[in-house]
Ligand binder design. Structure first.
Ligand SMILES: [Zn+2]
Length: 285
């Protein structure tokens, strides 16, 4: 009897601890998107992301520059590290990829890239941005910081600090580059786990996709929701197979390996935010 009581008490404490570990989350009401602004006031501001992009009102803007994405590796696979950060899986590359054209004439440096997705088998939700109210099953965010600042952390403090490429995925053929990342997911099931592998971001992002994009000024879609992001959302999606999507949505947990309470990582997208008089421009080559 004594042992049973001890067991229950201990379990209760473990659950309490693991939940307290979440500063913010996607699923539970107490820490989900509608509660973010309580702890992170900027999440309640007026220039937030993601948004719904109405293509009919996004005018072609001749002042927008072509996006130039450059890498030193030129389609060779190089060392990469994928991490479960408790909100998504995030990939860092060893090399200095750069992006020009987001905020001319600044040169942006690659920080890392991560993914937002829905629940297993649910193919109509998952992306953060929407196009004419339509969501895609997954969206990749390639995060860059302005090289006028010494580090990504320093850039975060400035209005022109960040540029993010949003890339949608739709269901189609197997994506062999994504598979190199998916193969690592069993090694990073839990929050805080990382795995080293090799891949080529050049091969994941064909340059022809950069020829049509939507641009607007917004925020990080996760706390602290700072409004210093030049968003560049590509009009054309990449492909991924149903099976690959299913594997992604079933492989990861928001929680740590030793947390008693296990929460599967899915539906890690923020709902769309009001546009509030912002203008979305369209770049078309
Ligand atoms: Zn993101």
């Amino acid at each position: 009897m004594k042992y049973t009581l001890f067991f229950f008490t201990w379990n209760f404490m473990a659950v309490g601890l693991s939940r307290a570990d979440h500063d913010w989350c996607y699923i539970e009401l107490s820490c989900g998107p509608s509660a973010w602004a309580n702890k992170f006031p900027m999440c309640g501001n007026t220039h937030q992301s993601p948004i719904n992009i109405e293509t009919a009102s996004a005018k072609v803007n001749p002042d927008m520059k072509p996006l130039i994405f450059e890498s030193p590796s030129q389609h060779k696979t190089r060392e990469a590290t994928v991490t479960n950060n408790g909100h998504s899986f995030d990939v860092k590359l060893k090399e200095d990829y750069t992006l020009r054209g987001a905020l001319h004439p600044a040169i942006f440096k690659l920080k890392s890239f991560h993914f937002h997705f829905g629940a297993p088998g649910r193919l109509t939700k998952g992306s953060e941005h929407r196009i004419n109210k339509k969501a895609y099953p997954m969206e990749m965010h390639i995060v860059f910081y302005n090289s006028n600042y010494k580090s990504a952390d320093e850039a975060m403090q400035h209005d022109d600090g960040l540029a993010v490429l949003g890339v949608f995925f739709e269901v189609g053929a197997k994506n062999y580059v994504m598979q190199t990342i998916i193969d690592q997911l069993p090694n990073i099931k839990y929050k805080g786990q990382s795995a080293v592998f090799s891949m080529s971001l050049d091969d994941l992002l064909p340059r022809r996709l950069l020829s049509s994009y939507y641009g607007y000024k917004g925020s990080l879609t996760t706390p602290p929701c700072t409004e210093n992001v030049a968003w560049r959302v590509l009009a054309q999606p990449l492909k991924i197979s149903k099976k690959q999507l299913k594997t992604i949505t079933k492989s990861l947990y928001y929680t740590r390996a030793n947390d008693h309470h296990k929460e599967r990582m899915w539906n890690n997208y923020r709902p769309v935010q009001p546009l509030n008089k912002r203008v979305v421009s369209h770049y078309l080559k």
